[in-house]
Write a protein that binds this ligand. Sequence first.
Ligand code: GAP
Length: 455
Amino acid sequence: MATTDPVTMDKIVSLSRRRGFVFPSSEIYGGLGSGYDYGHYGVLLKNNIRARWTEAMVQERDDILLLDTAIILHPRVWEASGHVAGFTDPLIDCRTCKLRFRADQLDQAQCGKRPSKRPGEHTECDLTEPRQFNLMFETTVGPVQETGSKVFLRPETAQGIFINFKNVAQLARRKPPFGIANVGGKSFRNEITPGNFLFRMREFEQMEMEFFVPPAEAEEWYRYWVEERVAWYRRYGLRESHLRVREHEPEELSHYSSATSDLEYLYPIGWSELEGVANRGDYDLRAHTEVSGTKLEWVDAGTGERYTPYVIEPAVSIERIFLAFLIDGYEEETVAERPRTVLRLHPQIAPVKAAVLPLIAKDEAMVTRSRSLYEELRLQFMVEYDDGGAIGRRYRRQDEIGTPWAFTIDEQTLDDDTVTVRDRDSLAQERLPIGGVSAWLRDALRQPWSTPKAA
Ligand code: GAP
């Protein structure tokens, strides 16, 4: 097998569209900036990413609870958090070409005039002074815009956790260290320069966990969560050569953070932030205590000891993980002199776990046996039945959506009740008794997996 391909963003966009993972949003109206809609396989992939994250954060541990908070919160939440005053990017306009740029990213931007240069380098460029632009989307609560109150769509899910600290700590009777995970859905940012497909979007689905710890243990837990999150990506097969940890320099730190590490992935645009792990200290609980007047601290009912916990926060969007998995898994190769594109996704991440295929689509006996196996498997797994077209094309289609196994019903099945199972990665085929397929698949899904893709 010869591998030919360095992955480009264009190839990922094209596969995503061709196979129904992701579509440009509002396309029949000409599209809207960098908005995207998820098709069938995209939704399944997102669901699997969320499920694996939740398993690792909640199901496999004793110290983290779930929460799902509102998108529109009281506007004072964003005053207390510092977002009203400080969640800004410096913006520059060009009076000639009418394009807008982030002042801190001019070296990565393209001027609107030809030949294309950096903004400011063309003789006709006429750039404004930088001005601060708040990234929060505003809207109004109440039926009449003039008299309603101005609110914001949340730019992160974290604040929903902080303002519920008392509810959760009291009801669950938890003693730090313990965590609260918000997997409630979307965050919104009016990014000046969205782009690079799913990498920088105006609406994206965040998964954030705030881990509350005694202040003296904060440093230790910060290191712990950086390692845990790296291990999660390795568990789901991201290549070691494409994942690294980069600690922020003091001047890069957000206003709330005393230490932050970015887990960076080598996207086709270069090393970029996949996930952030921050030590937020007691910034948020103190800020909300001050502005709301409600004390957000931990009190030991027995000893009366009280303190404001420090917070360690792993924060990521499903979109950045989605994109990293697609890029890491994408491979073009030549097999028996024919090209194939394959998505080498971890079986627990793959949208579809197995395909059931009659070898000859017009053979009634094969179709009947295939449909009955499919009906049995679909009760437990996300599986597909396909009898459209030549068997080679059906395999290729499943390879492109990352289906790890295909069960094929052929002549021999009708004689001895066995099927072939074809492995997406090795292309090896073996025979199994048809009655044992379900148990085989359950067991295969539990096995550790590592990518055969070269580093
Ligand atoms: N609560 C902290 C926080 O929100 P952040 O670094 O601004 O920190 C956390 O965002 C994560 O959310 C990032 O590491 C990235 O995975 C994701 N993210 C941020 N902005 C995004 C955008 N415009 N599009 C897609 N994902 C984004």
